[in-house]
Design a protein around this ligand. Structure first.
Ligand SMILES: *Cc1c(COP(=O)(O)O)cnc(C)c1O
Length: 304
């Protein structure tokens, strides 16, 4: 089982927002667990409970070599006394990046497969071959989206958050956005900022909401123009913003997900796209472990 720590919601102030009559707070989901933090805690929580209740001692999941989901799965499994297996897309590269190194440290068994093989990850033949190789396991899909993840992410917002008019989150696969959409009240707007390039994300969100039979009580909005060129892509504006944010508010964010969301939100406030009187709740979805990987990959030293 994953035991949550208590988390804080902090008001952050900036003269421009005060002038515009907008309040901004940030809910620190990144504080919820020492090892498996942020939205991944919520996505994994009920998966681990189900794995244990079904008598499994091992979980298996899929991801890229810099995947926050892989790291979080390894850490969460360890905290729950489960074994974990990570099926990683592509070949091993040395030295190991911090994501894979930490996953190994948390006892994950890492198994590399070619990109071609990886594409078959949802086919039953491939899953059978994995069972032959590794024995029985509880499978969590790539990106971690399933019924259990939706149930978990529905719990991100609590009664205390009902006073906010806007809830903002970053979007990768859209699983977290969908769970949140399940919870917002009729007076709230859920804004999701896609970290991937392309308008496919609108259809993907629609698909997920239908698949999980979610009819949001409030409004939902998917913003797709702050992707900075695509998943994992950044520019110096974004890197400067992440540094500025840390200096200004003493809260570390990363440029893959949370940085793009907060950058986009602040631009929208600047451009008067958010009305005066709004009370915004930013969800800090974590990902700081991924920041170590990012610093490593680009030779940067963004504050953790
Ligand atoms: C994985 C992740 C997301 C994206 O979550 P989805 O449910 O895939 O949309 C957002 N922020 C951080 C920090 C993440 O690690």
């Amino acid at each position: 089982m994953l035991i949550p720590r208590s988390i804080t919601t902090e008001k952050i102030s900036y003269p421009l927002w005060e002038d515009k009559g907008i309040e901004v707070s940030i809910k620190r989901l990144d504080q919820i667990h020492e090892l498996a933090s942020g939205n991944k805690f919520f996505k994994l929580k009920y998966n681990l409970e189900k794995a244990i209740s079904e008598g499994h001692d091992t979980i298996l999941t899929f991801g890229g070599a810099y995947s926050n989901h892989i790291y979080a799965s390894a850490a969460a499994a360890k905290s729950a006394n489960l074994h974990s297996i990570g099926i990683i897309r592509g070949e091993e590269t040395l030295p190991l990046n911090p994501t894979i190194a930490s996953a190994l440290e948390h006892g994950m068994h890492i198994h590399y497969v070619s990109r071609e093989e990886y594409r078959k990850k949802t086919e039953s033949d491939f899953l059978v071959s994995l069972k032959e190789k590794f024995g029985n396991f509880y499978m969590i899909p790539e990106g971690g989206n399933n019924e259990e993840a939706i149930k978990g992410t529905t719990e991100i917002l609590s009664q205390d958050d009902s006073e906010f008019t806007h809830i903002t989150t970053s979007i990768g696969t859209g699983g977290t956005f969908s769970g949140l959409a399940n919870k917002i009240n009729k007076d709230q707007i859920l804004m999701g900022f896609s970290s991937l390039k392309g308008d496919f994300i609108h259809d993907e969100i629609k698909f997920l909401l239908e698949k999980y039979k979610i009819t949001p009580e409030g409004k939902t909005q998917v913003v797709d123009q702050y992707h900075f060129g695509g998943y994992g892509k950044v520019n110096s504006d974004l890197i400067d913003f992440v540094r500025w944010f840390y200096k200004e508010f003493e809260i570390a964010i990363e440029p893959i997900y949370t940085g793009k969301m907060i950058y986009g939100l602040f631009e929208m406030i600047k451009d008067d796209q958010i009305e005066s009187g709004s009370k915004i709740l930013i969800l800090h979805t974590g990902g700081l472990q991924g920041l170590a990987g990012f610093n490593h990959r680009y030779g940067l030293s963004l504050p953790l």
